[in-house]
Ligand binder design. Structure first.
Ligand SMILES: Cc1cc2nc3c(=O)[nH]c(=O)nc-3n(C[C@H](O)[C@H](O)[C@H](O)COP(=O)(O)OP(=O)(O)OC[C@H]3O[C@@H](n4cnc5c(N)ncnc54)[C@H](O)[C@@H]3O)c2cc1C
Length: 282
């Protein structure tokens, strides 16, 4: 199937993209890499009469230091991160995540901003950047505002972006030399969307200790009890204990609506256990 009739517009700056969208009363669709938007439109799961191509806006590919953080423009592609063309302030974590997204042809065009704005529960960046305590930088008619990734995604394919607002990029913390991370992803087939994602960023010196579960049917969830246990000083032996598994089960029961006896519950449990174990062994 092909998308319905649409009018294609091309914006060469953030201001012109926002102005164009105001003309359509905020109902135009921004297109970055088109890797999610076009399939959705072809399948008639997304509709837009007016498509505004933002892929050639140089400001969306900006990468710069902002205070002690690194700003990465929304238009940075997965491949640019995978290839090391963009600095990785998270000590190899971003590069590892990028390399595991879909196939190379999708990574060549798909963008970090498109992935976050699309907010597919099974996508990689929403979970990976939530675990990193990233902050979304949003541009609208009234200027710029910042929203933590914990709050940016609201639900399945729903974000806190208002009609007509554009995601300009993300602010990322720089992890300290002692930081450890792990990113475990379970797919039935390589290149597929994840069935479960376990992301751990452990950097007490930077104030970041997050164990986050993704591909859980809604927004990524931070597992509070397991994160707190990790912050308190967990060792690999304890992760294998029944006490830790009980804690993990309590966290999963509190943050998902899954039946503890279900296959999905068991898969998520295994992926989180693997991610925590990998973090501790680094
Ligand atoms: C076969 C296939 C397999 C895939 N597998 C995976 C996978 O394993 N993991 C994964 O994470 N992803 C996967 N993807 C999705 C891919 O990573 C997309 O590139 C990404 O989700 C969307 O990025 P994009 O730049 O193409 O966005 P687009 O498709 O252009 O846009 C997606 C949505 O975001 C909006 N948008 C885009 N940019 C902005 C912005 N700056 N501000 C506001 N709104 C914006 C658009 O209006 C649209 O609603 C897969 C896609 C395909 C087709």
């Amino acid at each position: 199937m092909k998308a319905g009739k649409l009018t294609y517009h091309h914006a060469d700056s953030i201001d012109s993209a926002l102005a164009l969208n105001r003309r359509f009363e905020g109902m135009g669709k921004f297109m970055a890499g088109g890797q999610s938007l076009m399939p959705m439109m072809n399948l008639r799961m997304a509709f837009a009469d007016q498509v505004i191509d933002i892929s050639r806006i140089a400001a969306l590919r900006e990468v710069k230091a902002v205070g002690d953080k690194l700003f990465i423009g929304a238009g940075i592609t997965h491949a640019m991160i995978e290839d090391g063309k963009v600095e990785d302030p998270a000590r190899g974590y971003l590069r590892h995540v990028a390399a595991g997204i879909a196939y190379r042809s999708i990574r060549n065009r798909g963008t970090v901003g498109g992935s976050l704005a699309h907010a597919d529960p099974a996508a990689d960046w929403p979970t990976a950047l939530r675990a990193l305590d990233a902050v979304a930088v949003i541009r609208g008619a009234d200027g710029t505002r910042e929203v933590t990734l914990a709050e940016f995604q609201v639900s399945v394919m729903e974000t806190s972006l208002a009609d007509g607002e554009l995601l300009q990029g993300v602010l990322l913390p720089r992890l300290s030399p002692g930081a450890r991370w792990a990113y475990q992803k379970f797919c039935h087939k390589v290149g597929e969307f994840a069935h479960s994602i376990g992301a751990v960023v452990f950097d007490p010196a930077a104030g970041i200790v997050n164990v986050v579960l993704g591909a859980v049917g809604g927004k990524p969830v931070r597992l509070a009890k397991v994160s707190a246990r990790l912050a308190d000083g967990l060792d690999a032996q304890e992760v294998a204990s029944s006490g830790f598994m009980t804690l993990l089960e309590q966290d999963l029961a509190a943050s998902t609506s899954l039946d503890p006896a279900s296959y999905d519950f068991q898969v998520h449990k295994t992926i989180i256990k693997r991610a925590v174990m990998e973090t501790l062994k680094k």
